[in-house]
Structures are given as C-alpha cells and as structure tokens.
Design a binder for this molecule. Structure first.
Ligand code: SF4
Ligand code: SF4
Length: 408
C-alpha cells in the first residue's frame, strides 16, 4: 500500500474548540513540524472583512486562539497572525482584524497580528505558472519557518468552495487582488491564478475552522451553519476534497482542485487519504449551494474569455433599502465598473456599467450591508452576443434557402 496523507476530523463538543484543535493536531502528529528552536511561525486565518464571529465570515477567533496556544507549547521566537482583507481601501484589514475578534485574541495570547500590506513586500516569481508570472506578497512568507493555514469552510459564489487553496489568495496584497481579478476575469483562469498563488505561499500545516461555517451565497452573504468541526492535515487538495465530501459537494465541482493536483500540490484521490478521528459519514451535513454552478471550459483562452464575458455575464443590482452608500463597491471594483450616484443621499444607489463589468463578484462579496445582488440571464446573454447573433443570422439564411428551394 502506498503512502497516505493523514487528515484528522474532530467534533467540537460543548463549545470546547481548544480540545478539538489540540487533539486533531495530535492525531496527525503535527509536533514533528516543531523540532527547531526559536521558530518564526506565521498563521494565516481568513480575515475577509469586518464582520463579527457569529456571522461565519472570518476564521473564528477561538480557532485562531487555540492554534496560537498549541504553537506556544513549542516556545517559538515569534508568532505572526496575518492576512490582507478583501478590498483595496487603506485600513480595511485593520478594521477586519478588530471586528472579527482576532485582534483581541492575538493581544491576549502575545501573537503579533499584522496586515500583510504592513509588512515588507516581496515579488515572488511563479514556477511553471498556470496564469500568473509573479505575485506581490509579503516577505514574511519567506521568513517564516512554518506557515499554518487556518481557513474556514464556506461556499463561494464564484468558486463553489472556499477553504484551504482559496484562503491563500489573502496573501496577495490589497489592490493586487483586484488586478488578479481583472487579469483572470474568467473563472477558469481565476482558478489557475489561485493555484499559482498557493504554490508560492504553500503552508506546511492546515487547521480548518469548521466551527461556524457558511452555506448558500458565501463567502460573505450566505447562511450560517454551526458545523462544530475541526480538521487538520498537510495536503490542501486532499483536505478541500474531504471538506467537499462532508458538505455534500463533489471535489470535481471545485475547478481549482484539479488544477492544484496538476501542479502537484496534492491529490483529490481519497484512496490516498487516511482519515483519523470521526469519519466523513459521521459528520456529513449537506450545504446549500451557491446560485452559480461553474462550468469548466477546456477551450482555447480566447474562446473561454469570450464566453466568460458574454454568456456568463451577470447583471449587478443594488438594493435601495440596504445600500448605505459606504463606497466599498466603487472603490474596490477592479475595472471601475461602479461609480457613486450623482448625489450621496438615502434612496440613491451606485451606478453600474455593464460594458466594463468582468463579473468577478467582488462587489457582491465585499458589500458590508449585503446590498448587492446579481442575476445571470444565460439565454438573453447568448442571444445578444456576437456568437448568438451569428447563429441567428446563419439559421435565418438556411431557412430562407430552404424556403427558396420549396418555392422554386
Ligand atoms: S452597494 Fe454596498 S458596498 Fe456599494 S455603496 Fe451600497 S452599501 Fe456600500
Ligand atoms: S461591477 Fe462588481 S462584478 Fe462587475 S467587475 Fe465590478 S466588482 Fe466585479
């Protein structure tokens, strides 16, 4: 029998997160990674935006606390807890750190909580790139002796699931995330970019927050699910695949997993996984899916781009009642497709330019008031695309031809 990667699944009982985190790490023998003296350890939770723990958007602060406490047992020289929140506004990560409850936990536990954008920057060249030649990230990625990924289990509008691989998108600094969205506007290419980013910031260990999760229209406006789970392991692709199975999805639905496997970051083959602790069956809880079902397009880049920008194009709508004209959407749209209304007053909403929009869903994801909704009308999009018009013209010519034959 070949080598099997270990994944521990532990239930959280009576809100005791620490016991579950510690026992999951013990089951996979994670202390083997902590043999060096004076280690610099970098923890990467998901700090997407300024939302409280009970909303299920960011990694739960008690999971972060438990991982810090576990690391502290090995007397590290320094523990950093870092992320770069969604959006490009200066100060947005600091706000998210405070509102998520992670800032205070770090203070209490003596870890340094730092927005990645406040650390020294470094440009990383990507080996064998699928989409990105290089990324602008933090030098801490290089300096750390150990990186521990602490993602949360959430559904995702665009990518179906956000967990291990997707969480490392947060190592890309503020506005550079928008640039990545703009460059890799089609889902297939965006998934390639996610895998390139992961290949640079590759953590040695992952502890998954499956405590308070999100289903449906995640990663920020879905419904909260109290799943009460912790998973720990080494292979991010296997971990994401196990998470898929737990929440009733198929790993093949998550496009970046096959790409990560192609880049030899791990395996989706669960025959190569040794699951310790609970079984998938024991903890199964079907999650509501996001409205969008991504379609893989093994097509030439130009055709995939064309289809992504026509057939799969969304119409973005703003809810007048919910919108607080906070400016998040227009300051963060990567292509400037959203502008403020002429007058900032209640009842007005931002303006959306369908020609510029690349359907990246950043506005939906980042609106703090859940005021942005989208709709994709595939039939209308197809009919009004050049390809649709071409097909209609072709059918019209063929029909006229047969009519002419019949008449004559
Ligand atoms: S739609 Fe949301 S993000 Fe945009 S201005 Fe309104 S409240 Fe802010
Ligand atoms: S309008 Fe929204 S979906 Fe369109 S490009 Fe801007 S942020 Fe992305």
């Amino acid at each position: 029998m070949g080598y099997k990667t270990k994944i521990a699944i532990q239930k959280i009982k009576n809100e005791d997160v620490k016991t579950s985190v510690f026992s999951a790490l013990e089951l996979i023998n994670a202390k083997e990674l902590m043999q060096k003296d004076n280690m610099i350890v970098l923890l990467k939770p998901n700090i997407l935006m300024g939302k409280p723990p009970e909303r299920g958007v960011n990694t739960h602060p008690e999971v972060v606390r438990s991982v810090i406490q576990w690391v502290k047992k090995f007397n590290p020289a320094k523990i950093y807890v870092c992320d770069s929140a969604g959006g490009a506004k200066v100060g947005i990560t600091e706000k998210a750190i405070v509102d998520s409850g992670i800032g205070i936990v770090c203070e209490e536990e003596g870890a340094e909580c730092l927005p990645f954008e406040k650390s020294e920057r470094k440009i990383y060249k990507i080996e064998n790139p699928l989409e990105l030649e290089e990324i602008s990230s933090s030098k801490l990625i290089d300096d750390a002796d150990l990186i521990i990924n602490i993602p949360k289990i959430k559904t995702h509008w665009q990518c179906t699931l956000t967990c291990c691989i997707k969480n490392m998108f947060g190592t890309v600094l503020l506005a550079n995330k928008a640039k990545t969205h703009a460059q890799a506007a089609v889902l297939d290419r965006f998934c390639s970019a996610l895998v390139d980013i992961y290949s640079v910031s590759k953590p040695q260990l992952t502890v998954i927050d499956g405590y308070i999760c999100m289903e449906g229209q995640g990663p920020s406006s879905g419904d909260v699910v109290k799943l009460d789970l912790i998973l720990a392991g080494y292979d991010p692709v296997a971990l994401d695949s196990v998470v898929c199975k737990i929440i009733g999805f198929d790993p093949s639905e998550v496009l970046y997993l096959a790409k990560a496997e192609q880049k030899e970051l791990g395996s989706t083959d669960l025959e190569k996984v040794e699951i310790i602790g609970e079984t998938i069956k024991d903890v199964y809880r079907k999650f509501k899916r996001p409205k969008l079902k991504p379609i893989s397009m093994p097509l030439p880049k130009w055709l995939a781009n064309y289809l992504g920008k026509t057939i799969f194009k969304a119409t973005v709508k703003f809810n007048k009642e919910k919108c607080k004209l906070c400016s998040t959407c227009w300051t963060n749209c990567p292509v400037g497709a959203i502008t403020p209304p002429l007058e900032i007053k209640k009842g007005n909403v931002p303006k959306w330019d369908s020609k510029k929009c690349i359907t990246c869903f950043c506005c939906v994801e980042l609106c703090p008031h859940e005021a942005v909704k989208f709709k994709i009308n595939y039939i209308k999009n197809a009919l009004f695309s050049w390809m649709g018009l071409g097909c209609i013209a072709f059918l019209a010519v063929v029909s006229l031809f047969f009519l002419w034959i019949q008449v004559n």
